[in-house]
Design a protein around this ligand. Structure first.
Ligand code: NDP
Length: 428
């Protein structure tokens, strides 16, 4: 296998140096390189060691306990899990598709086999649990060491990718500042032939590990107490549905900024290995420590909130995709209202895209809120997902707005006039 990124000629566009102006420049990037792991360790310690409280370290021992030492057992688990996914990526069947057009004019090919790899890996996990070969509680006893190891792997990968980009010279967007480039990355699509490392770690490893923890946490509750609390059921069903849906629509990832625009640096190595699997399962981690039974009206209410959010999220994204493929396709059974633009592409004014400019974000936030509300109101820690996600999507909408204004000029102003709300119809 050859390293495509290191053998292909690059255009002058790809050789461009960029100013270090995202996330507060080099200082901001350095701060985030430290803050992202600290937040993840702090949240793990809050749930695992401090009863879900917002604790303040009062001794050196408390501070050091926040970063558990790696163990051989955890090393074998993480190594085995990553090795399994490498094998599944190589052997599972999947359609080979072309990705989006990159800034250097290239289109890369991707093998989409995330769904089959996810089903097999979760199947293996369930078989190990069902036959008693593995106990969920013994895996979760290693959650702290696993977090430390995953963080170390994220650092090692970021160093590797930084060197990968540097080895080729300033070939893909880099600023020349070490701290900034380490965080933001210096290489866009490190890959060996069809094996695209950024896609693999985001999809198979990031979302797949989230799925594995979403199975292990209720299994551990079952082992410990002989039953699964209703709140744990609600969060598990909703999250496994969301993750499976991600794999069913895995090709959507190919048009997202992570894949087509962001270089692969520490921001993403940490996000895929640590942030997604460990922080997104905080609700279940909390519920394992504090089993919660919900009244029937709350269960129904949360499922309705989650699946209504899902319909808004998925249907709005599909509406836009269908519209991009066929601008005359009916929307909600009627011919679409369309704004033709000078740029050539049109903007959809019907369906979800006529109610607000990013109802897809609203759907995502409704699901996030349902998962958090299932944990009750005794602790703010399981609300982390919503607390971080809402500002992230509000900021993302503003960045997309600026990008669209640049792309569409006056036509975007006209779209905003006809669809005045940003995320929530009639409200915001
Ligand atoms: P969108 O899917 O909303 O795409 C925005 C782009 O769509 C615009 O740049 C524009 O591009 C096009 N567009 C905007 N308005 C219209 C219109 N009226 N008609 C047709 N095209 C339009 O953005 P994201 O990639 O940010 O989000 C995708 C999904 O991923 C969302 O559901 C989001 O919630 C989710 N997400 C989840 C995250 C997570 O951590 N769970 C993080 C980030 C996103 P153009 O015109 O050039 O086609």
């Amino acid at each position: 296998m050859t390293s495509q990124s290191s053998t292909q000629p690059l255009s002058t566009e790809a050789a461009e140096r960029v100013p270090a102006d995202h996330f507060g420049g080099p200082i901001g990037a350095l701060a985030l390189t430290i803050v992202m792991p600290v937040v993840s360790f702090y949240l793990w310690a809050s749930v695992s060691l401090h009863d879900g409280s917002l604790w303040v370290p009062t001794s050196l021992a408390e501070l050091t306990a926040m970063v558990p030492a790696p163990t051989w057992r955890a090393t074998a688990m993480l190594g085995g899990w990553l090795a399994l996914h490498v094998v599944l990526q190589l052997v599972c069947p999947g359609k080979v598709v072309e990705g989006a057009l990159l800034p250097n004019g290239e289109r890369l090919k991707y093998k989409l086999n995330g769904l089959s790899a996810f089903v097999v890996s979760i199947g293996v996990l369930l078989a190990l649990l069902a036959t008693g070969t593995l106990s969920a509680s013994s895996v979760l006893a290693e959650l702290g060491p696993l977090l430390t190891l995953a963080t170390l792997v994220a650092v090692a990968l970021a160093v590797w990718f930084y060197a990968w980009g540097r080895q080729r010279g300033p070939l893909e967007r880099s600023s020349g500042n070490v701290a900034y480039d380490f965080y933001m990355g210096t290489v866009l699509n490190p890959r060996f032939g069809l094996f695209d490392l950024k896609f693999f770690f985001e999809s198979h490893v990031g979302m797949g590990s989230w799925g594995a923890l979403a199975v292990l946490l209720p299994a551990a509750e079952l082992e410990r107490t002989g039953s699964i609390s209703s709140a744990m059921w609600v969060v598990t069903i909703c999250q496994l549905f969301y993750i499976t849906d991600f794999f069913v629509f895995e090709s959507n990832l190919l048009s997202m900024l992570d894949i087509i625009y962001e270089n692969y640096g520490f921001m993403l190595t940490h996000a895929f290995l640590v942030w997604i699997p460990f922080n997104f399962t905080l609700q279940q981690q909390y519920l394992l420590a504090e089993p919660t039974d919900l009244p029937i009206w709350a269960i129904v209410g949360l499922l309705v909130l989650n699946f209504t959010g899902y319909v808004v999220f998925r249907d709005s994204n599909l509406q836009k995709q269908r519209f991009r493929r066929d601008p005359s396709a009916k929307v909600w059974g009627k011919p679409p209202k369309v704004l033709k633009t000078k740029r050539g592409t049109s903007l959809l004014l019907s369906g979800w895209w006529g109610l607000a400019r990013h109802t897809n974000y609203m759907g995502d936030l409704m699901m996030a809120l349902a998962w958090c509300l299932a944990c009750g109101f005794a602790s703010v820690v399981p609300y982390f997902y919503f607390i971080y996600f809402a500002p992230l999507l509000i900021n993302r909408e503003r960045r997309d707005h600026a990008l669209c204004k640049e792309k569409y000029g006056d036509d975007w102003d006209e779209y905003c006039r006809r669809v005045p709300h940003r995320i929530v119809p009639f409200v915001y």
